[in-house]
Design a protein around this ligand. Sequence first.
Ligand code: NAP
Length: 382
Amino acid sequence: MVKRIAILGSTGSIGTQALEVVEKLKDKFEIIALSAGNNTNLLIEQIKKFHPMFVSVKNENDAKIIQDKFPGIYVFNGETGINKIAELPMIDMLLVAVSGKIGLKPTITAIENKKDIALANKETLVMAGDIVMKLAKENNVKIIPVDSEHSAIFQCIGDSKSVKHLIITASGGPFRNSTIEEMEHADLSETLNHPRWKMGKKITVDSATLMNKGLEVIEAHHLFNFKYDDIKVVIHPQSYVHSAVEFSDGSVIAQLGIPSMHIPIQYALTYPDRIEGIETESFDFIKASKLEFYEPDFDKFPSLKLAIEMGKKGGTYPVCMNAANEEAVFAFLEKKINYLDIYKITNDICNRYKGINNPTIEQIIEEDEKIREITRNHIKEM
Ligand SMILES: NC(=O)c1ccc[n+]([C@@H]2O[C@H](COP(=O)([O-])OP(=O)(O)OC[C@H]3O[C@@H](n4cnc5c(N)ncnc54)[C@H](OP(=O)(O)O)[C@@H]3O)[C@@H](O)[C@H]2O)c1
């Protein structure tokens, strides 16, 4: 049976790789809808190739340009646009591959409309994991992780109930071997020069500070319903072991593979089937011969510690941390602050924050907006 798919964030790193998977497996999928932010040129190419019935872009003006070019398709825009895509009755699965908080509302909309979710956007679970997972259970909706670490854990766990620890691996990013003094002078191009993965800019900066790993710990806590103390982070520079699971009898199952996002994306789209797709190269144990594992250095990478602490506090504390970090990362990308300021700002904002327990979605969105404004003002005053 052909699976009918909508992709939010089709012009991004995950979105474009998902379309490569779909192109390779043409007879398995039909693209019903695509959404982009500002990259309308790429979206136009994607429309010509995949013929979606619906598209959405960030701005009204771009929506008009696309509508004039393709009068036969429905064109939406803004946040309401991606929400309309999430509720389309004819889709079987929504791939949420937008970056940042924009992924939250359409994920909830799709779950309420009983669509299965392939989830790349980690901010959704960081901000509202309790609500999203509960809603998915109530609506009998599957949330299949796309993040390589969570896909690995998902594959290792299978249907076992006897899991003792989750082991999340991290490459360590571009500053794994740098001193704090060296990181003080880290510029944008060094920070974006990830040794293993080619990703969007926000997640690449988060991978350098290890905030990304902290977000992943929170994501794993919600996805797999696991206590924070039972989730371990291990630095594994080669990025062949994508993550692992330790069972109560002491046995450990790890998932290995070449560092390619095509594999977890394809698995999320074809789940539960495994089929030959875009990556045909076999994993070469001899070539990969060296597998190293280290403890993370919390002094050099305090963002990881902060994220786990905020995750443990729960309520809207992770919302605060995520919003402050995201605004600080944007400021770093615009060269308004230095690399080490990202953590300092995020930590300052979190220290001053008084969170809400058991928040509603409306409260989460309100807190998120409030923190973003506070962070932007804080940056202006620096
Ligand atoms: N990249 C990876 O390997 C990877 C791995 C694991 C998890 N993830 C997660 O997957 C998500 C996407 O990451 P990415 O690396 O693919 O990011 P990315 O390359 O920056 O792409 C982000 C996508 O979201 C769209 N977008 C951004 N803001 C938008 C807005 N306000 N309205 C509508 N669309 C908007 C962008 O559109 P335009 O480009 O057209 O503006 C683009 O299509 C993130 O949550 C990330 O943490 C990524």
